[in-house]
Design a protein around this ligand. Structure first.
Ligand SMILES: [Zn+2]
Ligand SMILES: [Zn+2]
Length: 208
């Protein structure tokens, strides 16, 4: 009994409660994006993604403390973490505090697709919603150099954040909201098409 109570206590407090920026003390920030690095994520990469997003978006990008990937999201048969579960966890951690929360992990992630069962992906985001997650597991493959890798990760983050701002997959080419469809599509241009970028500019989120 004592252990189960302790476990409930851990569950309740495993997320940091009200997210609060250490410098400003602000709890609720409009157009803010919190980055939550899951354990073992390259810290330098996180800062590079943060600065890539700051250059492109009208938003304060806040770095949260690292957290372990929740074990309940692990899908043992494929050694992957279920991204849908990570989104639920991220949403709980944010508790509406920041406009958006972006989780980043080096682990392989997946989602459930009717025809494929457990389907490996690079990222997933609510559309619309406050949480999205990206994984460096696939984008790090066959990179030319560090810059190429970071570029891919920033584009991936912009794609998943685009979903959270309610952009669906876009048929236009090139557009970073195009569905990857199981391919590496992070090298096909660095911007949204006119339609998607106009929507984000009108929402006051995209610099331009
Ligand atoms: Zn997508
Ligand atoms: Zn588009």
């Amino acid at each position: 009994m004592r252990y189960s109570l302790f476990y409930i206590f851990l569950l309740l407090f495993s997320c940091s409660g009200e997210p609060r920026d250490k410098v400003t003390g602000i709890i609720k920030v409009q157009h803010s994006i919190a980055i939550l690095p899951f354990a073992a994520t390259d810290k330098k990469m996180i800062r590079e993604i943060q600065s890539g997003l700051e250059k492109r978006l009208h938003a304060s990008i806040i770095l949260l403390e690292e957290k372990p990937v929740p074990g309940s999201a692990f899908y043992k048969p494929r050694q992957r973490y279920v991204a849908d579960s990570l989104l639920v966890f991220l949403k709980q951690c944010n508790a509406g505090g920041y406009g958006k929360i972006l989780g980043i992990t080096p682990k392989d992630i997946s989602t459930t697709k009717k025809s494929h069962g457990n389907w490996g992906i690079m990222g997933l985001g609510y559309c619309p919603g406050e949480a999205c997650v990206i994984s460096s597991f696939r984008p790090i493959k066959k990179i030319r150099n560090r810059e190429h890798f970071i570029n891919r990760m920033v584009i991936l983050a912009m794609h998943e954040l685009g979903h959270t701002y309610s952009l669906p997959h876009c048929p236009n080419d090139p557009c970073i909201m195009k569905d990857a469809g199981g391919e590496m599509n992070l090298d096909n241009g660095e911007t949204y098409c006119n339609k998607c970028s106009n929507f984000l500019k009108q929402s006051g989120i995209l610099r331009g």
